[in-house]
Design a protein around this ligand. Structure first.
Ligand code: NAD
Length: 483
């Protein structure tokens, strides 16, 4: 693995304009394992100008949808070929077992690219009957045109998969891009850009500038030649991005955080619900936007369910994720470990019952034990704020109406899960939940054909599915006087 990373601008590696570097630290042993260029506004300017040139005048602007689709399929083949390397990059960067990205993130990335390859040739306009123009008939039709140069700002928790959600769709639509990966996880985005070159995408179509959000991210939001910002990350950064990009009339799509409910009715398959809720809060150490962190359980089974979930937490082996048998690694960075510990302290202070895990004891690596609270109320801090760590909070309810009210009583609205064996109830409840996605008897189903995104503080817009590709187009209407 290359341990001295540079930007990827206009088809070539490039150093930061001032030569600055930033360290990449292994969360398991806290040792630096690589460094990357620490980008500047000047670097962003170079990358955006390359992307703009290619959008307006380059070979890219001349390609048909079918040709863009062929390139996307080629890229998918190369990502598949490099599965091991890409999974290792994302795993090392955030202390995850390589097994998870190998089984989930890379296959999802391949699926995102293949699905988008199909849309590239099917983003159609419409012919629209209308009343004519001052008594003369007209023909009106619409075109779907690329929105332009996109600034794609990505978080660290699932770097390759989230990058391809954006990049696959925007390339299908004919846009060009400057990717700003999270400061902790630039490798897989840089490798993806190199694979774009190998696949035959013209130089300048896909660029990567590494560095910090407040510099590189902000410069993208301010740059006059960037037409759209596609952001995934925290609500705090999302608010800042809107503050900067909004007055410049850039299109802004925001995929933000969540405090997603998992509603467990007493008629649910008990073991499936325990397994599903455990996965929903412990996969990737809980560092998942859709983490099912508010576990709403019907009163009759609440005590038994809490005991079973606590047992699942206690029996999860935590350690170096490269070791066989280990199921949970450290959190991605020290600041994240400290943040999660603060939330665990607040849960104890505010009176929730700690059944498993707790505040981490000092050791090498950014570890936090899988933690379960029971007897919590929906007003506690651990039920209101996104923790982004392996901390599940169990809250009891009595009736279906109460469950829906509790689930919707949140500033977030990203995802929800309903566990029940009553199909009519499942549909009824799912339709009343104020979220972008509901899983019934399955936590967070992901598929390249499905739209993904949130309501309220969880964001604006959708990624994935045909909705994701359309979001990178502008609809233009053309009216021709038929006289
Ligand atoms: P973050 O907001 O700190 O950073 C995300 C990205 O934004 C990084 O690349 C960062 O450098 C950049 N950034 C930070 N400040 C910026 C600014 N002022 N201007 C421009 N760019 C800026 O988030 P994070 O800690 O990397 O990720 C965790 C958050 O992401 C959680 O809230 C999680 O729920 C959310 N997330 C959401 C989804 C989703 O699909 N809805 C998916 C994954 C993660």
């Amino acid at each position: 693995m290359n341990n001295s990373l540079q930007h990827f601008i206009d088809g070539a590696a490039a150093a930061a304009s001032d030569g600055a570097r930033m360290a990449l630290v292994n969360p398991v042993d806290e040792q630096q394992y690589a460094s990357a260029a620490r980008g500047t506004a000047a670097d962003v300017d170079c990358a955006v100008r390359a992307a703009h040139r290619e959008l307006k005048h380059g070979a890219w602007s001349q390609l048909t949808g079918m040709q863009r689709g062929q390139l996307l399929h080629k890229l998918a083949d190369l990502v598949l070929r490099d599965t091991e390397a890409l999974a290792d990059m994302d795993a090392q960067a955030i202390g995850r077992s390589p097994m998870e990205p190998r089984m989930m993130d890379v296959p999802n990335a391949v699926a995102n690219l293949r699905a988008a390859a199909g849309w590239a040739n099917s983003l159609e306009g419409r012919t629209i009957p209308n009343g004519g123009y001052m008594g003369t008939p007209t023909l009106s039709y619409t075109l779907r045109e690329p929105v332009g140069v996109v600034g794609a700002i990505v978080p660290w928790n699932s770097p390759l998969m989230i990058t391809t959600w954006k990049v696959a769709a925007l390339l299908a639509a004919g846009c060009t891009v400057v990717i700003k990966p999270a400061e902790e996880t630039p490798q897989s985005a840089l490798h993806l850009a190199a694979l774009c070159k190998e696949a035959g995408f013209p130089d300048g179509v896909v660029n990567v500038v590494t560095g910090f959000g407040e510099v590189v991210g902000q410069a993208l939001c301010e740059h006059p030649l960037v037409d759209k910002i596609s952001f995934t990350g925290s609500p705090e950064a999302g608010r800042e991005i809107q503050r900067v990009a909004g007055p410049l009339f850039k299109r802004v799509a925001l995929e933000l955080g969540g405090k997603s409910p998992q509603i467990v009715f007493d008629d649910a398959s008990f073991d499936d619900a325990v397994r599903g809720c455990a996965a929903g809060i412990f996969v990737n150490q809980g560092q998942v936007c859709a983490a099912g962190s508010r576990i709403l359980v019907q009163k009759g089974i609440a005590a038994r369910f809490a005991a079973a979930l606590a047992e699942a937490a206690k029996s999860t082996p935590v350690g170096d994720p490269r070791q066989p048998g280990v199921r949970m690694g450290p959190l991605a960075k020290k600041a994240q470990q400290e943040r999660v510990n603060r939330y665990i302290e607040s849960g104890i202070r505010e009176g929730a019952r700690l059944l498993a895990g707790g505040v981490s004891t000092p050791s090498k690596g950014f570890f936090v034990q899988p933690t379960i609270f029971a007897g919590a109320s929906n007003t506690m801090t651990i039920a209101r704020e996104e923790i982004f760590g392996p901390v599940g909070t169990i809250i009891e309810f009595e009736t279906e109406a109460q469950a829906i009210e509790l689930a919707n009583d949140s500033r977030y609205g990203l995802a929800a899960t309903v566990w029940t064996s009553d199909l009519a109830r499942a549909h009824k409840v799912a339709q009343q939940l104020e979220v972008g996605a509901v899983g019934v008897n399955c936590w967070s189903p992901l598929d390249a054909n499905l739209p993904w995104g949130g309501l309220k503080t969880s964001g604006i817009g959708r990624e994935g599915g045909i909705s994701g590709a359309l979001a990178y187009t502008e609809e233009k209407v053309i009216t021709v006087l038929l006289s």
